[in-house]
Design a protein around this ligand. Structure first.
Ligand code: GLC
Length: 643
């Protein structure tokens, strides 16, 4: 569509945009429309799909008119501030509402708990309706906006989001954009034989196309859901199910699907959601002969969502849940013409996986190599930094980097699986394998942070030193995500060092999915004892609280300039610096169980001059050297700054 036609479209519409907020909508539409049209027509070049473009514009307008006034005001406020998500003031927690404190009301009751710890950003796991029985923790959705009765009512949720807003608590919810459940209204209509809805998914009467796809589609859950298609008897068709057999992949080559999903996205945002987690977005576009992940069309589609959302609700931002190779993750911030126009936030899955590698190897070489040699993210984006979440830990390292260190990628991954999942007697870790494939030795790791870091074993053995060491590791890894640059996201339960929960093995719907070992119910008994009892839980909670408070006092931690990585002279130590041109903080971590040293001459090279009245901000202790050496005890973690 050429510019003149776009002008015509805009002129017809702009008459309706009378008051201030409508005018702002018109302005945003005028700014984005060229990009929206070029993305649309490159995804949908076919003649018969052109008529959906004006329909899309109509839909955007309707959706804007439907957006609650209070949220429109917030949109304008945020648009003025810009990049609010890069602030050092944010500290997040991820939780399952039912496992945390029963339901939405229960969550509301715990707002003081978040305040005490300093949490002002919540990722609530799916709370909309889903099939009974297996439903992938709610990632098989029956609706994108109907609240499941187990969590409460829509009214309660709206009241909660309003309260959260009044407390400046940011809310993040999932938008399961790649698939619906097989009970979703479209799926039901497809099963009933409605061709229109069969075309909302990838459905085929025979095996020819499914076979062609499966030649190159990798399996996501090979142990429990092999293959990428499922036969539906009632429909007499094969349907694409890249994840579980009950999760049907949406067919975005159909523009009706895009428009309908945009509406679902806005319905979610209009409940008062600030950050939308775009679940499994790498999979959005499928093409025979490819692995159908990270395809250029998937990027264009995400950008099209974002450009439309930015016009309708500019205060709402997108998080990319792209757990893919390091070089591919940063592409979700947008590249080339799309730079800064895809997702504002992405999971820093690379840093997460690298930290677990360094814990196992006690060395920081792969961490350094990867951070130094992977292109950095664009200025306007930010990370979600995390050490654990509800999913497994994939060993998504760049094989070339492993080889450069003289290691075999296959052997190295085997070592990591052994270290974390019970294959080595001497390892303190207690984790489980996830989706292990004995044929090729591929597998992933699951377990709670505390159990993977040795707390479970140490408590079993009543070994005080090991308990202290595990607590130090837990605080060190969290210290890194709190200072690295981006939004730190603590997984609920990790703030009190909760261990693996093996009860999933007794649940028919969960027993085959070992990720449930790290989805424990919050231990409120332990929380209630935090103030009165000195134990590992209180050390972790208080340690985190202190670091969160300090983070918020240090504008240098806003994600406006990237961390400077300083390759350390000691192979066990990781050092990076945060600076905003005025202040400097050096974050130093010892990944070894033995005391390690840094020589003053090396410290000089990175700008640390101990004679200049420096301290460790976390303990407040003055920086002291002995015989020109800075000494770091096992798993010690420092934030060095002006005293
Ligand atoms: C994402 C979720 C994961 C889920 C998958 C399918 O990766 O984090 O838990 O299984 O998407 O929806």
């Amino acid at each position: 569509m050429n510019q003149a036609t776009l002008h015509q479209l805009m002129t017809k519409r702009s008459k309706k945009y009378v008051d201030a907020s409508h005018e702002a909508f018109g302005l945003r539409l005028a700014t984005n429309i060229s990009l929206i049209s070029s993305l649309y027509f490159s995804l949908y070049p076919e003649k018969e799909k052109a008529s959906y473009f004006p329909k899309l514009l109509d839909k955007m307008e309707q959706l804007f008119f439907k957006r609650p006034e209070e949220l429109k005001e917030l949109d304008l406020k945020r648009a003025k501030v810009g990049n609010w998500y890069q602030s050092e003031q944010l500290a997040g927690m991820q939780l399952y509402v039912d496992r945390f404190n029963k339901d939405i009301k229960g969550l509301d009751e715990k707002l003081p708990y978040f305040e005490e710890l300093g949490i002002n950003f919540l990722h609530l796991m799916p709370i909309t309706t889903r099939p009974a029985g297996e439903n992938d923790g709610g990632y098989a959705v029956n609706s994108y906006h109907k609240i499941d009765a187990r969590y409460g009512t829509r009214k309660e949720f709206l009241a909660f989001t309003k309260k959260a807003r009044s407390k400046n608590m940011i809310l993040m919810l999932d938008f399961v954009v790649n698939h619906t459940s097989d009970e979703f209204e479209w799926a039901k209509k497809a099963i009933a034989g409605e061709e229109k809805y069969q075309n909302y998914y990838y459905t085929y009467p025979g095996r020819q196309i499914p076979d062609a796809f499966e030649k190159t589609l990798p399996e996501i859950f090979p142990a429990t859901a092999p293959g990428s298609f499922t036969y539906n008897k009632s429909m007499e068709r094969w349907v694409m199910t890249c994840f579980n057999s009950y999760q049907w992949d949406l067919n975005y080559t159909n523009p009706e699907v895009f428009i309908a999903m945009l509406e679902n996205l806005l319905n979610l945002a209009n409940m008062g959601v600030d950050v939308v987690r775009f679940d499994a977005l790498a999979f959005l576009w499928k093409k025979i002969g490819t692995i159908s992940q990270n395809l250029p069309e998937a990027h264009q589609l995400v950008s099209l969502f974002r450009m439309c959302l930015q016009v309708i609700a500019p205060g709402v931002i997108l998080l990319a849940e792209a757990i893919v190779a390091p070089r591919n993750i940063i592409k979700y911030f947008g590249e080339g013409l799309l730079e800064g126009n895809e997702c504002e936030v992405a999971y820093n899955a690379s840093l997460m996986a690298l930290l677990w590698n360094s814990i196992a190897t006690k060395k920081t070489s792969l961490l350094y190599k990867s951070l130094l040699e992977t292109p950095s993210k664009p200025q306007d984006g930010t990370w979600i930094n995390y050490i654990r979440c509800h999913d497994d830990i994939g060993l998504g390292y760049d094989d070339d980097f492993i080889r450069d260190l003289g290691l075999s990628p296959r052997e190295h991954r085997k070592f990591l699986l052994d270290y974390y999942c019970g294959g080595l007697d001497w390892s303190p870790a207690k984790g489980l394998l996830f989706m292990y494939n004995p044929k090729n030795g591929d597998g992933r790791i699951t377990g709670s942070a505390a159990s993977l870091l040795g707390l479970e074993k140490a408590l079993e053995q009543k070994d005080k030193n090991s308990i202290t060491e595990a607590v130090a590791k837990i605080l060190m890894l969290h210290g890194i995500i709190l200072s690295y640059g981006g939004i730190p996201l603590i997984y609920a339960g990790d703030e009190i060092g909760m261990l693996n929960d093996y009860t999933f093995l007794e649940n028919e719907d969960h027993k085959d999915d070992s990720r449930w070992v790290n989805r424990p119910k919050q231990d409120w008994e332990a929380v209630n004892k935090l103030a009165s009892k000195k134990n590992h839980a209180s050390s972790i909670f208080n340690g985190l609280k202190k670091m969160i408070q300090l983070r918020k006092k240090l504008p240098v931690f806003a994600d406006v300039s990237p961390p400077i990585i300083h390759p350390s002279s000691n192979p066990h130590i990781f050092v990076f610096e945060r600076t905003n041109g005025k202040d400097r903080v050096w974050v130093i971590s010892n990944f070894d169980e033995n005391t390690q040293f840094l020589h003053v001459s090396w410290l000089f090279t990175i700008g640390i001059h101990p004679e200049n009245n420096l301290k460790d901000g976390i303990t407040g202790k003055k920086l002291k050297l002995e015989r020109n050496l800075l000494q770091l005890s096992a798993y010690e973690h420092l934030w060095i700054m002006a005293g």
